[in-house]
Write a protein that binds this ligand. Sequence first.
Ligand code: SUD
Ligand code: ADP
Length: 317
Amino acid sequence: MTGHLYAAPEPSVTVRTPGKINLVLRSGPVQPDGYHLLSTIFQAVSLFEEVTATRAQPGAGITLTVSGPQAGLVPTDETNLAWRAARAVADHTGLDADVALHVTKGVPVAGGMAGGSADAAAALVACDMLWEAGLSRQELTQLAARLGADVPFSLLGHTAVGTGRGDVLTPVLTRGEFYWAFAVQAEGLATPSVFGRFDELSGTTPPGGGTVPGPGDDAELMAALRAGNPVDLGAALHNDLQAAALDLRPELGRVLEIARDAGTLGALVSGSGPTVAALARSRRHALAIAAAWTAAGVVDSVWTATGPAPGARIIAR
Ligand SMILES: C[C@@](CO)(OP(=O)(O)O)[C@H](O)COP(=O)(O)OP(=O)(O)OC[C@H]1O[C@@H](n2ccc(N)nc2=O)[C@H](O)[C@@H]1O
Ligand SMILES: Nc1ncnc2c1ncn2[C@@H]1O[C@H](COP(=O)(O)OP(=O)(O)O)[C@@H](O)[C@H]1O
């Protein structure tokens, strides 16, 4: 028998969180704090991020690595949202922030699908469990909202109405599965520039003024979700930021047109873009829409998924 010594592996926790689309996004004017009051309906989709948090030696601090097809576009320093989430758990609990984080990206980067927010949500849950911090759901949600407007929804998943900055959530009842195709561009759009262009295009409303339509205005969309009716859902999709994203990226007009030619039930820019989401009749139809985009050469990659998808889940420990 040879005398190999095997070190016990360090404890680790892996958490999976979904990307999202906004089925409806209505924005009011910019507020004095620089944020826009929103009325949105999020749907989580089956493109997932995974964050593994592994215990590190005392004094090691936070380290972070990233893998996945677009890993090169993601910062690995303290500006990464997963890093900031680990820091937030440590600051909130007074525990030492010694952890090695690994992020596996499955959501397009800077595509308006909240991949970074999903990493933040996953890192919150993973560090809470690894460090046995015992944070309540409410504490996790509060930390999430401080990290970004989309982060609380990444924790929750499924389908939900978002008000305030998009961070005040009410779950929505849905039936069945919806099929989506996504047209992804290699070069993302920065969320603040899209909101900035939205302000320019929407004119002279003074900061803090104006009103935001409530979810009651989306009764038809809510009924379509409850009934599991993709045709009615497709007809009710709406994004106030779409004109701004198209203004910054006129070529997205062609991407929308190709989806319509391929028989989509409804296509729109996802959140702040530039990803375009197209609702399909079936899994096969989603693949056909994706193939039409590829054939036209108007995208850098195509992805398909179903929604709704669950929120943060611990998948290994
Ligand atoms: C537009 C949406 C739609 O779900 O998402 P994306 O499409 O970018 O993923 C969200 O509102 C983005 O959420 P998130 O990306 O978490 O935003 P944050 O990091 O909190 O904010 C980044 C910046 O976006 C602008 N912002 C964000 C949210 C909001 N309600 N009003 C804003 O004006 C602000 O300029 C803010 O400084
Ligand atoms: N963990 C992360 N994953 C991806 N991007 C991140 C992350 N942390 C910080 N970022 C930065 O945030 C930007 C937008 O991130 P992302 O969440 O992918 O897009 P969006 O806000 O359009 O949904 C990226 O360009 C990147 O510079």
